[in-house]
Design a protein around this ligand. Sequence first.
Ligand SMILES: *Cc1c(COP(=O)(O)O)cnc(C)c1O
Length: 407
Amino acid sequence: MEFEAIKGLFDRYVIGNYARAPIAIARAQGSEVWDTTGKRYLDLLPGLGCSGVGHCHPHVVAAVQAQAAQLLHFHNNYYWEAQGRLAELVAKYTAIGGKTFFANSGTEASEGALKLARLCAPAERRTIVTALNSFHGRSYGALSATAGDNFHMGVEPILPGFRYVPLNDLPALEKAFAAKDVAAVYLEPVQGEGGIFPCTGDYLRGARKLCDQHGALLMFDEIQSGGGRCGRFCAGQVIAPDVKPDVVTYAKSLGGGLPIGAVHAREGVHQKLAPGTHGSTFGANVVCCAAAIAVFEVIERENLFANVTAMAEHLKTVLAGWQKELDCVKEVRQVGLMVGIDLAFPGKAVIDESLQQGLLINCTHNITLRLLPAMNVTTGQLNEGLGILKQAILKVRAAQAQTAGKA
Ligand SMILES: *Cc1c(COP(=O)(O)O)cnc(C)c1O
């Protein structure tokens, strides 16, 4: 089908809750994408963070095909191998000696963690503390944990039992414990939707200490930052390797493009998710588990944490140059292959121009360009993408200068 025909179907039948760019995707491989006209794009935001080993990685595709032909789905009244093997891998890489519950998305992983936190706490401690500018998902629990009025607007009332604190402000976090009602602190080690704002190591260490003092759980939302894109499996392991969270949530790149979320909880915590407390009919879908196992195998075989570290260094060098050279690049924030570039003007025109020139990225919080390249991205691909992006920024800046001159 051609683009106009596809768009016609969307216009008539698909709810318009997304702002979509005017191309239809036909196929994708690695960090490359082709639209229905055959035009090629470089994708430095593959799957919005879900395709962490690139699009359609052949090993993941083969695992999915084989598993689909053998056993597509089963429910959790029984056992199957892929779920057990995947849980073993999640435990090995999270390294807090815990066990895993599998959900279907990041939102559901957040829901599981929030319920687990309250199941672990005495009745008088119901409050979950989260950070301003956070994002934890869009169901009512996860949305209420998400501290952003823009996400709450029009769908209130949001749920009670949440308290928001400014990120990296330990005195404020300490104050949040004053009422002695805190069940857990739930933090993104690197805020993703918020525009790539990392926690400091001191903040995570301080949060750990406060949680220990008050008998609250420390829970990390690694849904976007986890899976390896920061150079280790968890961003928390990069920022503060000495801090062990009690609960970690994953999704996005975990399934290599298939929907799967996970709640990993340490010994003494996971036991509270007893039979009947929580569940998911689709949870740990067999094909999604097989895909996720294949993603771990790709990470190991292709030594992807090392590639992330090397590519992140390269990006850092180039972007440091931009900051010196381009006055409209206000700030660059980066942890591994999570990159936020703040512009002096709204990023939408830059995104549109980049699309024209064959580059896919996105923009969050109006002015922050966001890059989440695949873990197997190459120097050549990064250079190609950065070249397009720089030209796009320069073009938009020049157009703005002209408009300003006329005004
Ligand atoms: C994307 C995201 C979520 C929500 O995940 P979905 O799969 O979209 O439900 C939650 N937390 C963080 C940090 C995310 O980036």
